[in-house]
Design a binder for this molecule. Sequence first.
Ligand SMILES: *[C@@H]1O[C@H](CO)[C@@H](O)[C@H](O)[C@H]1NC(C)=O
Ligand SMILES: *[C@@H]1O[C@H](CO)[C@@H](O)[C@H](O)[C@H]1NC(C)=O
Ligand SMILES: *[C@@H]1O[C@H](CO)[C@@H](O)[C@H](O)[C@H]1NC(C)=O
Ligand SMILES: *[C@@H]1O[C@H](CO)[C@@H](O)[C@H](O)[C@H]1NC(C)=O
Ligand SMILES: *[C@@H]1O[C@H](CO)[C@@H](O)[C@H](O)[C@H]1NC(C)=O
Ligand SMILES: *[C@@H]1O[C@H](CO)[C@@H](O)[C@H](O)[C@H]1NC(C)=O
Length: 483
Amino acid sequence: MAARTLSLLASAAALVAATDPSLKLKTFVDVMDLEFSFDPVKAAYWTSLPHHRRTPFAVSPDGQTGYLAYLDSSGTGVHVQHITPATMTVKGPLVTIPDVYEAGGLVAHDHGFALLGNEPIATTVANAPPSSTPVPAIYRYQNGVQQWKTFVAGPGVHPDDGLSMAPDMNGDLVWSDEAELYGAYFVVTDYTGDAEGHFGDSIEYVNDNGTLETITGASSSWGCSHNTGIAFEAADAPPYASICAEDQGAIWLNTETQGMTNNGIKISNENTTNGASGEAMGGMSGSYSALARFVNSTSYIFAWVSRGAVDLTADTWMGDGYTSCSNRTNGRRVAMAMFSDKETKTTAQASSEVGAADGDSQVNWVTSTIGADRSNAHVAVFDDEYALVTWEEIADPQCDIIAFGCSGTFSGSYFQLVNSAGTTIGEPIVSNNTYVAGDMATLSNGTICWPYVNMDWRLDLPVGGGLPDTTTQKMSFACMSLV
Ligand SMILES: *[C@@H]1O[C@H](CO)[C@@H](O)[C@H](O)[C@H]1NC(C)=O
Ligand SMILES: *[C@@H]1O[C@H](CO)[C@@H](O)[C@H](O)[C@H]1NC(C)=O
Ligand SMILES: *[C@@H]1O[C@H](CO)[C@@H](O)[C@H](O)[C@H]1NC(C)=O
Ligand SMILES: *[C@@H]1O[C@H](CO)[C@@H](O)[C@H](O)[C@H]1NC(C)=O
Ligand SMILES: *[C@@H]1O[C@H](CO)[C@@H](O)[C@H](O)[C@H]1NC(C)=O
Ligand SMILES: *[C@@H]1O[C@H](CO)[C@@H](O)[C@H](O)[C@H]1NC(C)=O
């Protein structure tokens, strides 16, 4: 009898071990006092609808130090606060990088950090951009002291292709221990050359001593036209894994091409209007935690929002082999794509067949129901097998302007467990007072943490349209772990 009970228990244990884990959310509400005030809302391009202003966040490989970057509410100067990850409280020191207009990406090292920002160059400097328009740069600090600052656009950077500036900082910064290189992917406007006055994007590499390296087949002075969304993640060697949303109708895995040509991998067809493609990767102040690499693996996961695609037509501007489409839905759904390595999608590419009625049959939807609008999608991995996909919803949206965001009553943040095979596991956790407003960092113990501001998050009115003042001197954090 006793033996039988034991063997029953043993098989029950085996069942549990083979069962997928579930999610546990822990919040640290108003845990950190900020020395300077911060405005957590940023108006979206074109619609002025509210977006979370990104607060880049990263944790050092040794797990000892977190770094939170935030723009001073004056609009000039980025503060980088050192944090104790166990408690999410101030560790000191606070570093202020003056003159920087936006925090656009952060890499944590054991004794310091690197930040992607943008700052104006005096118009007295030869070949500086007009009207003190800011130029992106990488800032490297060690033990609170600046080691170097390297401009990744502006005077002297790829002058033969045209000089670039970044009026808005939309992009991301990554580091590879194997390649010993920072990679930065960011939206630019050119101010000289063929593309003068046009929006595009650039990928640049900088080594650990601050030297800008031009790498054939990896560095890019101009890639995706009117890029409205970037997803970027490190690889063991350049080119790093990169994705762009462009203004012609597609989202490309452009690791190999760095551009929008169809020798890249077409992840998705998206309706584009007025240069926009539905804020697939968050639009203004987005472009972070959209592409993540599984731990100890060559595989990546990408999450975005999409209106789907119907009625593929020939894109005569791009030429043969390129298509445009109409949107299938009014509100957006959340989608995910898996890559077995930085240049290989595990399932079919999006169709480029002119005349096809369906342009989205390849999409792996995370949310299948139609009606709600989803935005602010992000993804981070727990380990080598599981990942967290998150988004926000408006249950009853009003989408006045095609290919942009929607307005309406915020109806919750969603957190969905998925696995590396691209399968959703269980039901999402829903929260009405926890948001993703900065980079999702995976700690070495497999917990995913991110910063947000504890506030009444509203998506019903444009910025300047009657929303209350939201400036704050408190930061909150949330962590998700597997149980
Ligand atoms: C991982 O570490 C963080 C920071 O120290 C802690 O808050 C969290 O509870 C840990 N997670 C697990 C699953 O132990
Ligand atoms: C910085 O790195 C480059 C490329 O590896 C190298 O040529 C240069 O000598 C290095 N400079 C310093 C100061 O170490
Ligand atoms: C986007 O969708 C709208 C609505 O269906 C359509 O009128 C427009 O032509 C589409 N854009 C492109 C570039 O096909
Ligand atoms: C396409 O999107 C626009 C803007 O969200 C919306 O007005 C239109 O109804 C959508 N088309 C379909 C077929 O849902
Ligand atoms: C990744 O590999 C390291 C070194 O082998 C190991 O210590 C760690 O547990 C692995 N992590 C995961 C999530 O597999
Ligand atoms: C969140 O708020 C929405 C709208 O007020 C409500 O419908 C929903 O039930 C709330 N969800 C939770 C989990 O509190």
